[in-house]
Design a protein around this ligand. Sequence first.
Ligand code: ADP
Ligand code: MG
Length: 359
Amino acid sequence: MARIDLEHIRHAYGEKPKSEADYALKEVHHQWNDGGAYALLGPSGCGKTTLLNIISGLLQPSEGRILFDGKDVTNLPTQARNIAQVFQFPVVYDTMTVYDNLAFPLRNRGVPEAEIDRRVREIIEMTDLGGWARRKARGLTADQKQKISLGRGLVRNDVNAILFDEPLTVIDPHMKWQLRSQLKKLHRQFGFTMVYVTHDQTEALTFADKVVVMYDGQIVQIGTPAELFERPSHTFVGYFIGSPGMNVLPAAIDGDRVRIGEETIGLDHAPKIAAGARTELGIRPEFVRLGREGMPVSIRKVEDIGRQKIVRADFAGKPIAIVVPEDGEIPAEPRVAFDPAAINIYADSWRVGSKEAGR
Ligand code: ADP
Ligand code: MG
């Protein structure tokens, strides 16, 4: 297992990038701690696969260095990096049996047969492939083949890291849940460094100790699920994590008060912000109180989602979402109040006071 340092990584696929927009990775400078379980979360196209391929050596970055435990591996080929990588779609040898597919990475490294047998049986049990062990991979379903790929990634326990690139996309929902908890268990047992890519926030939040959020070729926030929820460092994170996402409203700061349209809201501190800077106020729909006190809103729509209701309203001329409990009353003359402790202030998309702000 290893600590992985990514130093000022940039990557453009084209030969001659003309502008920042041509870079799939703009500037990734980050450390994956030895034994950490990380989820890498971000929308499609933000650079997650590119980053994994750079770690495993399938791709050479245009700029920057990769270190494993302090040793520069930037120019080492994939085989020399000792990384297990599981892709979104199955990679199996069709003419081999399920058992031999799983044994392959171990035989390749000269592990004794008795040890191979023990480990392969463990993986077979974990992936529920028992009935198929002696069958050729050809003819199995995509779901079963993906379990083989997953098993091949997990069968070795001497790797520097395991990288998973949305590995459960083709797996059915029930099995997904089961495999995820198995992965977590294996991680606890062997303590490998694990980077798990997903665009599914629920998957990321239930799975990892630390969630790394990417947006447009950059890492925009690293935190625990609670940190990401409560203090999104970037308006994108607030919008992407949670459902519905954070409300983001154009705002003007005046000391320890903030103005939105005609309304003024008190803050629990005066944000340090340059006069005239473009500012936005972020507040989660869960922290907007709907009642008879506060500032007027006009309700456009109420969506009943079971245990809660989502109220869509106009506030100071902007659309806003409010979450109310199932039995929450909606007054005839509705008003809203914002919990000051739950307000985040952003200058140019970055939260004021977050370490990335003002970059
Ligand atoms: P993600 O895995 O987050 O969906 P990718 O790393 O696959 O994102 O892609 C990041 C960006 O790089 C996207 O704009 C994508 O179109 C581009 N890209 C990915 N692979 C290639 C490639 N082989 N050639 C050119 N552009 C690519
Ligand atoms: Mg991808």
